[in-house]
Design a protein around this ligand. Structure first.
Ligand code: ZN
Ligand code: ZN
Length: 299
């Protein structure tokens, strides 16, 4: 997936999020509904995270340099951490507003217009989500698909909010409005918590998935002819880069030249099989071999 295309999508993401916020905020101002306010704030979070993702894509695409010799891939995780923090701020703002509304009482006005505007914004959001998921699948970008799926949950939240505000309006029970807002706040707080926990785990050098690790073992098995064993296979994910290292046991009498040929063959095969991977191999003589139970790959 090339960076220019990714950057274009990320820029469009910001524009759509801005348009959605503008419409949703107008819906709130017209109606005075705290629930519609909560929905607008959730979309402001989308604008900020879209901007952070845009910056992260540009930064992580920067090639490795002398002060960051492993590249800048982890910028994407920082953007996700930022997203988690922004979501928490939005949740607190909504809860404060809901509290004020509960204490001072709520008076909804022009709710029908507010609801109509909010639905318009959601239609825009849904269309964009559909496009993101489609492109994401086409370009095999899990990040884009995840973005689209996040927007789908936003559309569902908005639907809940609209139904709630309509009920509050029709029943005359306006207190429902801040209660719905509080429910939205708790929901996005939970989302923010999950995003923060996930990105922290990744920042702490999370390993590749078991499926990828299995694939690495298969490629080593298929291309390790001449060596005796591979062990201590370690992986760490950094954005779209995957760093892989392992020990390769060869006969102690083998020449450095011959061992190096095997290493280059393995590195090339793994880097070809696994997108974004970078491989480093440490060569050892046979008395360093480890039992198969320890996860060694016999060759
Ligand atoms: Zn070893
Ligand atoms: Zn070499």
């Amino acid at each position: 997936m090339d960076e220019a295309r990714l950057a274009r999508i990320a820029a469009a993401n910001i524009a759509v999020a801005l348009a959605v916020v503008a419409i949703k905020y107008m819906a709130y101002v017209l109606s005075g509904s705290v629930a519609l306010f909560s929905d607008a704030l959730e979309s402001i979070v989308n604008v900020m995270t879209a901007a952070a993702a845009f910056a992260a894509i540009r930064l992580s695409a920067k090639p490795a340099d002398s002060d960051h010799p492993f590249g800048h891939h982890k910028a994407e995780f920082l953007a996700a951490m930022f997203e988690g923090a922004m979501i928490a701020v939005a949740a607190v703002l909504i809860l404060l507003k809901a509290r004020t509304a509960l204490i001072q009482g709520v008076r909804l006005e022009h709710s029908a217009t507010g609801i109509a505007l909010n639905i318009l914004a959601s239609v825009l959001n849904a269309a964009w989500a559909w496009l993101l998921i489609q492109r994401g699948k086409l370009w095999r970008s899990p990040a884009l698909v995840a973005d689209g799926q996040h927007l789908v949950t936003d559309v569902i939240t908005s639907a809940g909010v609209v139904i709630g505000v309509a009920l509050a309006m029709l029943s005359g029970w306006h207190i429902l409005d801040p209660l719905i807002a509080a429910a939205v706040a708790l929901n996005i707080l939970w989302m923010g918590y999950q995003i923060a926990v996930q990105s922290m785990s990744r920042l702490l050098d999370q390993a590749a998935s078991p499926e990828i690790e299995q694939r690495i073992r298969e490629v080593i098995e298929a291309n390790g002819g001449g060596a005796l064993e591979a062990h201590d296979i370690r992986t760490r994910q950094a954005g779209r880069a995957l760093f892989i290292e392992f020990h390769l046991v060869v006969p102690g009498s083998m020449s450095v030249d011959a061992a190096h040929v095997i290493c280059d063959r393995l590195e090339l095969a793994i880097e070809k099989a696994i997108d974004g991977s970078e491989v480093v191999i440490h060569v050892e003589p046979e008395h360093k071999a480890k039992p198969e139970e320890s996860g060694a790959v016999p060759l």
